[in-house]
Design a protein around this ligand. Structure first.
Ligand code: PMP
Length: 294
């Protein structure tokens, strides 16, 4: 996927990925002090379209602001450059990864200069298209009083990698992490919804990363008259659910078959999650009447 021969956008220019140089003394490399985004481009009826590109680049700016990384770029320009990048790489659908790194500084105060690089590659759904099996992780989400949870900062992902590695070693597809209060927070890089008695529930913001796909699901719920409640969920709530699913840009929407040994009773195709999954697909592919569809 990650071909060195592909074009990337680097600080105003398009260059080949293998011609980019890593500054060994960049804070980003030593301290995980960089910000990332993950955006998808879909091959729609209206041509190649980035889904919610503006909110993604606005979030990148906010991630940087929250931790003091300089962000001297404009959202509109970054969106335009991303379309050019897709074009240069002949990509009709793609996963797009913007990365903001900081400069030459080994101290723990922000470097004044930042750099932006945008890469894109063809990437299928992150967790596949089948129902997945997840495990409650012994690892918690980082405490929100440490690094702001809304900031998509590279260093946060060490916790995600540790949890995913632990779960996959035990044969599961993904880890579900609790927050520091013992409530269910989310998966290592996806948000979580559960269905109980014909209502959807998702953990409230505060200890989770508030995903753009999660927000889209809330909007689809309104459009489709599906009740969705944001509230703290206990591990018992999760285990007693009728069904559950994960949401994220790379993943899309994927149903969960079981948590550890507990299999969800509802047949996936009959769940509210499956309805939302179809609507999300139509929305991202800009199918006719996609705002109100199933
Ligand atoms: N949680 C984490 C930790 C993530 O990295 C992501 C992916 N960016 C998500 C949730 C889902 O967010 P989104 O829907 O904006 O992709």
């Amino acid at each position: 996927y990650f071909g060195n021969d592909t074009w990337v956008y680097l600080d105003g220019e398009f260059v080949k990925a293998d011609s980019t140089k890593v500054d060994f003394f960049s804070q980003s490399l030593h301290y995980g002090y960089s910000a990332i985004e993950g955006i998808r481009a879909y091959n729609t009826h209206n041509g190649t379209r980035l889904f919610k590109a503006e909110p993604h680049y606005d979030r990148l700016r906010r991630s940087c602001e929250l931790v003091g990384i300089a962000f001297p770029w404009k959202t509109d320009d970054l969106v335009a450059k991303t379309y050019q990048l897709l074009d240069k790489n002949n990509l009709r659908s793609a996963y797009v990864r913007p990365l903001v790194t900081t400069g030459h500084n080994m101290y723990l105060t922000p470097a004044t200069e930042s750099s932006i690089i945008i890469a894109a590659w063809e990437w299928g759904p992150f967790l596949g298209t089948d129902l997945i099996r997840v495990s409650l992780s012994p690892h918690q989400r980082p405490n929100p009083n440490s690094i702001p949870p809304d900031a998509k900062i590279a260093g946060q992902y060490v916790a995600s990698i540790v949890a995913t590695t632990e779960a996959t070693k035990r044969g599961f597809d993904e880890a579900i992490l609790l927050d520091s209060n013992g409530y269910v927070a989310q998966a290592s890089s996806n948000n979580l919804f559960i269905e109980k008695d014909a209502t959807l529930y998702t953990p409230s913001v505060g200890h989770i990363f508030p995903g753009i796909t999660r927000q889209t699901v809330l909007e689809l719920g309104k459009a489709l008259n599906i009740d969705i409640v944001e509230k703290p969920l206990s591990p018992e709530d999760l285990l007693a659910a009728d069904s559950a699913f994960l949401t994220g840009t790379a993943t899309g929407i994927v149903g969960i078959a079981a948590v550890d040994g507990t299999v969800f009773p509802e047949n996936w195709v009959d769940t509210l999650g499956a309805t939302i999954q179809r609507a999300y697909k139509n929305l991202t592919l800009e199918k006719e009447n996609y705002q109100v569809i199933i």
